[in-house]
Design a protein around this ligand. Structure first.
Ligand code: ZN
Length: 152
């Protein structure tokens, strides 16, 4: 079982804006006992920092308020995957959910990252990372994203 985040998100590939429903497949096991709940901006959501690593997220840096979570979603139109959203949770409530790019700047800002970023890291690194210790994934990703793109 999982819960689902729902928000209108602009796809960076096709430019269309998704409906704010479950067609973006923005699923999460972030809560200790996910039960199929649907979460929209404004909804209450408690973050348990101690269990985030067990709940499908890499810790990027020590948490702060508001909590910023990098969440994977899929475009319901062109089916591009992974797209990224930044889910901001402050005072126990979802403050915003917006589409973002995954780059060095967002990595500096996010506290948690959907652990499926593992596959993005493998693609960027062009190698099998299954033997990589879990705590080395985020530092590796930081290096892989560290070189600013040239020429747009
Ligand atoms: Zn798209």
């Amino acid at each position: 079982m999982y819960d689902t985040f729902m928000a209108a998100l602009r796809c960076p590939v096709c430019g269309r804006i998704s409906p704010a429903d479950d067609t973006t497949n923005m699923t999460t096991k972030l809560r200790d006992e996910p039960d199929g709940s649907l979460f929209r901006v404004g909804d209450a959501l408690a973050i348990h920092h101690a269990t985030m690593e067990d709940s499908g997220y890499y810790a990027v840096q020590p948490p702060a308020e508001p909590v910023r979570i990098g969440q994977i979603w899929e475009c319901p139109y062109c089916h591009h995957y992974p797209n990224w959203a930044e889910i901001v949770v402050g005072d126990g409530r979802i403050v915003s959910m917006e589409a973002i790019g995954l780059d060095h700047a967002t990595l500096d800002r996010l506290h948690y990252l959907d652990e499926d970023v593992f596959y993005t890291a493998e693609t960027l690194a062009s190698r099998d990372l299954r033997e990589l210790p879990r705590n080395e994934l985020v530092p590796l990703l930081r290096r892989l994203l560290g070189v600013p793109a040239c020429g747009g």
